[in-house]
Write a protein that binds this ligand. Structure first.
Ligand SMILES: Cc1cc2nc3c(=O)[nH]c(=O)nc-3n(C[C@H](O)[C@H](O)[C@H](O)COP(=O)(O)OP(=O)(O)OC[C@H]3O[C@@H](n4cnc5c(N)ncnc54)[C@H](O)[C@@H]3O)c2cc1C
Length: 392
């Protein structure tokens, strides 16, 4: 098999890249080791930045998104029993955030790609990347009982944090910068209408909680738990009780409950691999970096990476220019580190970090500042709605 760009991974990064390349007439094949049903039902992120929505619409991928999304103009920070609204739109010249489940977006991206005759191979196995030092590297994999080789000009490693692409880069090339937080998130998806119109980020003495949603009937809720926590210790009743405590506020407010559809524990980690390129292999999205979900940035960062990669590949194929590919890492890392800082800052401000009263007072002081100063609130707002990225 032969193509121009072999894309490993059918998550948001790989799928958006396939659409961006198709638009420029660049041939690509997407290789995914899970089934289509699995990737279309995998519950993950749900907050899309302003620029991500603009990009999806410009690519003609926004029809269902625009019909079914929830548009939010603000969010709440809840501490010491009182909720404080950050008016995101007012502080950012009218920008909004969009609530739309990542798995719904993945469904849209897959359908649109297949409808246009694009190649996505699901259920592949034993993926391995070879010949990175050669002019045309190869991806070897198994599919429907047979061994295959896909030769390409470039490989896009969009295979997430545990994928094979980053690990295929020779030892000593990459530098990994990492911070592992002393807590995890226990997340549930519940068949229950949201209890608030907007996202609620709660700092509580018992730990962080987040009230989010996927649509008018489904709520997404999170609790800060111990890093080694096991789900068996959290029957539904205990989860609802803890959420009720941490999300309680002085004013009249009630937490809507309902059947729990999904439950999982995610470790909180910040991670960056530098550089994001080795010869003709380019890493994008979670394959290159992870951010704690507090800033709601992982999916958006993945989309921003592939926008830069597509621009570099387009320049290479159309004019032979290499400068955009050469500067891929530098371009992406500027945004990656801004997002890393914001996500770390939100995480540090809202989670129970220790039993140290000094830490606690610093957090409360920061929260009071960000909810009382327009300047501080604007900084949060512009980071939360996201910075624009180049796309043409
Ligand atoms: C459990 C979990 C919960 C999350 N929750 C949130 C959240 O609430 N809010 C938020 O903002 N962000 C969240 N994130 C982060 C966000 O979902 C990711 O940043 C986003 O999915 C990144 O997209 P991606 O395409 O880079 O990677 P992924 O979505 O991970 O896609 C990678 C794809 O590659 C495939 N793959 C892996 N290995 C191979 C291989 N060897 N060969 C072929 N294919 C392979 C995978 O199956 C997957 O489909 C969560 C992440 C996880 C893991």
């Amino acid at each position: 098999m032969d193509t121009q760009v072999a894309i490993v991974g059918a998550g948001p990064a790989g799928l958006v890249l396939s659409h961006l390349l198709d638009r420029q007439g660049i041939d690509c094949v997407v290789l995914e080791n899970r089934s289509r049903a699995y990737v279309e039902s995998r519950i993950r992120a749900g907050v899309l930045e302003y620029s991500t929505v603009e990009l999806l619409c410009a690519l003609g991928l926004g029809d269902r998104l625009m019909r079914e999304r929830m548009v939010h103009h603000g969010l709440e920070l809840l501490f010491e029993g009182t909720a404080h609204r950050i008016p995101l739109s007012e502080l950012t010249g009218g920008k909004t955030i969009t609530i739309y489940g990542q798995h719904e977006l993945v469904k849209d991206l897959i359908k649109a790609r297949l409808d246009k005759g694009g190649d996505i191979l699901f259920d592949i196995s034993d993926v391995a990347v070879y010949g990175l030092d050669e002019r045309r590297p190869t991806v070897r994999f198994g599919h429907r009982g047979a061994a295959h080789e896909l030769r390409a000009d470039f490989i896009a490693g969009c295979d997430g944090f545990h994928g094979v692409c980053r690990q295929s880069i020779p030892l000593g090339v990459l530098r990994s910068l990492e911070r592992v937080y002393p807590f995890s998130w226990l997340g549930i998806l519940a068949q229950a209408p949201p209890s608030s119109a907007e996202l609620v980020y709660a700092r509580h003495d018992r730990g962080f909680a987040l009230h989010s949603m996927r649509n008018a009937e489904v709520t997404r809720l999170y609790l800060q738990v111990a890093p080694d926590e096991s789900l068996e210790r959290w029957p539904d009743q205990r989860i609802w009780g803890e959420l009720r405590t941490r999300l309680a506020r002085d004013a009249d407010w009630e937490l809507t409950t309902g059947p729990v559809l999904e439950k999982g524990i995610t470790p909180m980690r910040s991670f960056v691999a530098e550089p994001m390129q080795y010869k003709r292999l380019f890493l994008a999205g979670d394959a290159a970096h992870i951010v704690p979900a507090t800033g709601a940035k992982g999916l958006n960062l993945a989309v921003a990476d592939v926008t830069a990669l597509a621009a570099g590949l387009t320049a290479w194929y159309s004019t032979g220019r290499t400068d955009l590919l050469d500067s891929y890492t530098t371009t992406c890392l500027q945004r990656v580190w801004r997002v890393q800082h914001f996500s770390w800052w939100m995480t540090s401000m809202l989670h129970k970090l220790s039993d140290n009263a000094f830490d606690e007072q610093l957090q409360l002081s920061q929260l009071r500042y960000v909810t009382s100063s327009a300047t501080a609130a604007t900084s949060l707002a512009e980071n939360y709605v996201g910075f624009p990225y180049a796309f043409d």
